[in-house]
Design a binder for this molecule. Structure first.
Ligand SMILES: [Zn+2]
Length: 276
């Protein structure tokens, strides 16, 4: 992280807390979610073989970390604030969905808070790590990140107009079946018509944060309401922009390739070479 000052000799690192926007002692924390990475690791093959998170954008910039990408972004207080919604998400949404995908999920404000916190961290991480993301800033990424940050601090009532959507990853094809449940990944997606979406695949669920959304009317029953609501369940007809299905199919078909390169990268890392 560019603005962190390394004071490793004292076991601490000072830098800009991205949530509070002030200099503080920072924790090293997962960009996505420690809890979900732990779950993922426990699943065994094939999941354990693909315990990878990637952050990529169309220019191909990517980071792969076997146990999830970690970064010094937040102070302890910010960690605690985000950690609460993470526990709720794991127990009341993720675990329940994995166990009974046809049951609706009744959720409170924690779901929007968790989803936005993951997507916001991803956006912050990408903006700092990848020079190629300047186009993201031009397309409104800065404004989006600021709105989400204020929402997380309860200084904005909702993340709007940068909505959060949650979708079950479904599909009959073999590639999609092999993809579901085997990946935790974060990818920035550009879509036709000037769309820009931050997509986070959490094994079986897909979270999408809309940075620029020309298809706002195409989403139905996927939006996560900041005050709470009911999501999914048998018989719920969700609709999503066509780009979402295309995205999932594309990820599923490149999954094998990505995993092969992840394996190669891991071997290189083990030999002590740089990942990037
Ligand atoms: Zn802070």
């Amino acid at each position: 992280m560019t603005r962190a000052t390394d004071t490793r000799d004292r076991g601490q690192r000072f830098g800009l807390c991205r949530l509070h926007q002030r200099e503080e002692v920072l924790c090293e924390s997962h960009v996505v979610s420690k809890t979900l990475h732990k779950w993922f690791k426990r699943q065994g093959p094939p999941s354990s073989a693909v315990n990878v998170i990637s952050v990529a954008e169309p220019s191909g910039e990517m980071t792969i970390a076997q146990d999830g990408i970690k970064a010094y972004m937040l102070c302890n207080e910010a960690e605690q604030l985000i950690g609460q919604s993470e526990r709720h998400f794991k127990e009341l949404a993720f675990d329940r969905f994995v166990k009974a995908p046809r049951q609706p999920i009744v959720y409170g404000p924690w779901l929007a808070r968790f989803g936005i916190s993951v997507i916001w961290r991803f956006l912050e991480y990408g903006r700092e790590q990848f020079p190629g993301w300047t186009s993201v800033v031009e397309m409104g990424g800065d404004k989006t990140a600021e709105r989400w940050r204020r929402f997380l601090l309860s200084k904005a009532p909702d993340p709007s107009p940068y909505d959060l959507h949650m979708i079950p990853i479904v599909g009959d094809g073999l590639e999609i079946q092999n993809y579901i449940g085997t990946v935790i990944e974060t990818i920035l997606v550009r879509a036709d018509g000037d769309g820009l979406y931050a997509c986070v695949t959490l094994a079986k669920l897909l979270l999408i944060g809309t940075i620029r959304d020309p298809y706002r009317n195409a989403w139905q029953r996927t939006r996560i309401e900041p005050s709470g609501g009911t999501w999914g369940g048998a018989g719920t007809e969700m609709s999503v922009p066509e780009m979402v299905q295309r995205y999932v199919e594309c990820r599923a078909s490149t999954n094998r390739e990505a995993l092969a390169s992840a394996d190669a990268l891991r071997k290189r890392l083990r030999r002590g070479q740089s990942a990037r």
